[in-house]
Design a protein around this ligand. Structure first.
Ligand code: PLP
Length: 438
């Protein structure tokens, strides 16, 4: 009997003992192709010698230094590296230990910024339905994933939620993708006017929606319009790249592809690639300056922020990403998309195949022409996850795609080091799984 408080009490997870390249192995020696890097984490695969060496060297040199006493070389180097490669005016990096912490830091910094610049009446956030920003109370409140929120609603702050940019289901027959994007972006303006624009702190969104929708990119022009509205009403734009950032979509920062700049960006997952728990919140020089000119102190902090060993892993990871692996995510991602479309493009139960780079989603439907989802009571996504594991493929299926209740999708986020034959392996194992479940 395990004393670990597992995610599920009614089923025991398999035990992983080893990882090598794109595979993970359990106690029986069974291999699993790591088709989703857990939850889009393991972008370098397992056992990367350079990252391991960097972590080992740092832990021997200086394993820990509390940030209220010291900075450290790995933290300084990683901040320089991220700022040098970031789009727009992002200039300061606040290191944390994961995605939810990065989002909490972003929300608090955005609020404190307005307190510092004498706009304390701004106290609201607007975000989107069908988004996920983490499981801590502030991040959970900002997310639009209803089943994750329901039980905790009475103890969370209220956030306004507008429509996601989800063309497969939202775009009407009489509008172009661009017009659709403008229509849903304009919901931000409508909501701002309803709330009173000067009461709103920020709009929060994932550039490419991950866990909740299954790798859904925005349509052309959507984020440009969002940026315009934020500027018009003095509202900050917080982009959550915890899942879609760090090369996952084929550019180091996902929002580079939208031609916009952000005020605050959160990253995590691929930043440590699973070798260390690390995340970061990045903000513009202007936001940081407001704090510096005011109280001079961001009212935040955790014991493990700026952890030198975690930052050493981050440096080793980002070095590899920027030395060619981000481009590899783009090219291999396009090949993966082609292979998925070739095999499942006409599949009666696959309604949509989407994504960018090595971040791909397949939406599973009962009826392709009507886009009708399966009855959630069937637990199709759970069956796919289980059967895929039995077939030696770890992927990331999820339910509630349509509205938090209905709908199923499968998210793929394999390591950037995969080869062409691994794409065949993913498609073959997915086909076996769909044949059995659907
Ligand atoms: N934001 C996004 C977009 C995510 O996908 C996630 C996790 O899946 C989080 C935040 C929370 O990150 P973490 O699980 O590391 O706390």
């Amino acid at each position: 009997m395990s004393h670990v408080f597992a995610r599920h009490s009614k089923s025991a997870p398999r035990k992983a003992v080893r990882g090598a390249g794109v595979y993970m192995y359990d106690t029986d020696g069974r291999a699993y192709f790591d088709g989703s890097g857990g939850a889009a984490v393991s972008c370098l695969g397992h056992g990367d010698a350079d990252v391991i060496a960097a972590v080992q060297a740092q832990v021997a040199q200086l394993s820990y230094a509390h940030t209220s006493f010291f900075t450290s070389d790995p933290a300084e180097e990683l901040a320089d590296r991220l700022v040098a490669d970031a789009p727009g005016d992002l200039d300061k990096v606040y290191f944390v230990s994961g995605g939810s912490e990065a989002v909490e830091a972003a929300l608090k910094l955005a609020r404190q910024y307005f307190v510092e610049i004498d706009q304390p009446q701004r106290h609201r956030f607007i975000a989107r339905r069908q988004s996920y920003h983490g499981n801590t109370l502030g991040a959970l409140a900002t997310g639009g994933n209803q089943w994750r929120k329901q039980a905790f609603a009475p103890i969370m702050t209220e956030t306004s939620l507008i429509a996601p940019c989800y063309a497969y289901r939202g775009q009407r027959d009489d509008e172009t993708p661009f017009d659709y994007g403008q229509r849903v972006a304009n919901e931000l303006e409508t909501e701002l006017l309803r709330l009173g624009p000067d009461t709103v702190i920020a709009f929060v969104a994932e550039p490419v929606v991950g866990a909740t929708l299954g790798a859904v990119p925005p349509v052309e022009g959507y984020f440009k319009r969002i940026r315009e509205i934020c500027d018009q009403y003095g509202v900050l734009l917080i982009l959550d790249e915890v899942m879609c950032g760090m090369g996952r979509t084929g550019t180091l920062f996902a929002h580079e592809q939208e031609g916009i700049t952000a005020d605050i960006v959160t990253i995590a997952k691929g930043l440590g690639a699973g070798y260390q728990p690390i995340g970061a919140m990045m903000c513009t020089a202007a936001i940081h300056q407001a704090i510096a000119d005011g109280t001079g102190f961001f009212q935040h902090g955790h014991t493990y922020i700026g952890h030198p060993t975690a930052c050493a892993a981050g440096n080793a990871v980002v070095k590899k990403l920027t030395a060619g692996l981000v481009e590899r995510s783009a090219t291999m991602g396009a090949r993966l998309q082609d292979a998925l479309v070739a095999e499942f493009g006409q599949h009666p139960h696959i309604g949509d195949i989407r994504g960018r780079g090595l971040f791909r989603g397949l939406e599973v439907v009962a009826d392709r022409s009507g886009k009708t989802p399966f009855d959630p009571a069937l637990g199709v996504n759970k069956q796919i996850k289980q059967t895929a594991m039995d077939n030696g493929l770890a992927c990331y299926p999820m339910g509630g795609t349509v509205d938090g209740q209905m709908g199923d999708h499968v998210l793929l986020a394999p390591p950037f080091i995969l080869e062409d034959h691994h794409i065949d392996e993913i498609v073959t194992k997915l086909k076996q799984t769909f044949d059995a479940v659907l």
